[in-house]
Design a protein. Structure first.
Length: 323
């Protein structure tokens, strides 16, 4: 499991020498859609397509074969990003609870019938691979990435390598315990970061204060993170209390991880990372306050830089050399 191995080389092999372009097929497998495309060395998605996620392994195999056939002969390697626990070298899906659970035990590369090198990883690892190659982690050997969305994903670069651990689980930063007595988490633990700072957790808090009858502009409106941040920006007391607490806990979790991994940079991606100063300012202040004395420096907190919301480029980056 894990382990390193073949990565993209120019068509025709190394003897072609420098200057021969590498093109990689990137496939992002999500719960609702499968996005795929050809990615060049600069991270540009040259061509792409998106289709609804099939509901069976037979249909899925057909889709992957069709993608491989569409771009046959035009790519040197393939990279797959998929939710769950994926074996990087064999591209086998080890565990993926949810809509693509039928992929468990199957190798994505074999399903696609590929005869080029292939690598795979979960969606956060794919995002970090993109950042390592083209984005905020490009010039760093030590970096942390958090994807703040409906859940919290994560990835760690240590000594220039994307950390997988013995079973590929390393980097699941959303499952760091921040409250030992906290709420049950999807992973089987309780009080994970994801149970206090994620769209699901924040929206659950909004439901709670509305149901409790608290005076808030959130009552009667949409229960979304956008509405929560908007209400807090407008001075809504209940919204501010929810956010203050959640951001405080996120800062505490990141502070602990800074001591564990001593990164040069912390990268934030995902929908919630676009919330603006209401998130970034108190978060940076909270992290620095907790870590400044011991670290002796402020670790930059920066947004994800690769401009590929599809996830295709990140998936392709997994298969490019040096990750
Ligand atoms: Zn958890």
């Amino acid at each position: 499991m894990g382990g390193a191995t073949e990565v993209a080389q120019p068509r025709g092999g190394r003897e072609d020498g420098p200057g021969v372009a590498v093109t990689v097929l990137g496939v992002d497998i999500g719960g609702t859609s499968v996005k795929a495309g050809l990615v060049d060395e600069s991270g540009r998605v040259i061509e792409q397509q998106s289709q609804p996620t099939p509901h069976s392994s037979g249909d899925f195999r057909q889709l992957l074969r069709a993608l491989a056939a569409r771009w046959a002969g035009r790519f040197d390697a393939a990279g797959f990003g998929c939710k769950g626990l994926i074996d990087a070298a064999s591209t086998r899906v080890i565990r993926s609870p949810g809509p693509v659970a039928f992929l468990e035990g199957l190798s994505l590369s074999e399903m696609a019938g590929l005869n080029v090198p292939a690598r795979a990883g979960n969606d956060a690892h794919a995002a970090m691979a993109g950042e390592m190659r083209w984005g905020a982690a490009r010039d760093h050997r030590h970096a942390l990435l958090f994807t703040l969305g409906s859940g919290v994903g994560g990835a760690i670069v240590a000594d220039g390598r994307l950390l997988g651990g013995v079973s590929g689980i390393a980097g699941h930063l959303g499952h760091v315990t921040v409250d030992p007595w906290g709420a049950c988490c999807i992973c089987g633990n309780r009080g994970c970061l994801e149970t206090v700072f994620s769209a699901r957790a924040l929206e659950a808090e909004v439901w709670r204060v509305v149901n409790a009858g608290c005076a808030t502009k959130l009552a009667g409106g949409p229960v979304t993170c956008e509405a929560l941040f908007e209400a807090a920006a407008g001075g809504d007391r209940a919204a501010t209390v929810i956010l203050d607490k959640a951001v405080y806990q996120l800062a505490a979790a990141i502070a602990g991880l800074l001591f564990a991994f001593d990164p040069e940079v912390v990268i934030l991606g995902g929908n919630i990372a676009r919330a603006g100063v209401l998130l970034w300012r108190p978060l940076a202040a909270g992290i620095h306050e907790r870590t400044r004395a011991f670290l002796g420096r402020e670790v930059p907190l920066v947004p994800q830089q690769t401009s590929d919301p599809s996830g295709i480029a990140g998936a392709a980056a997994l298969a490019m050399a040096g990750i």
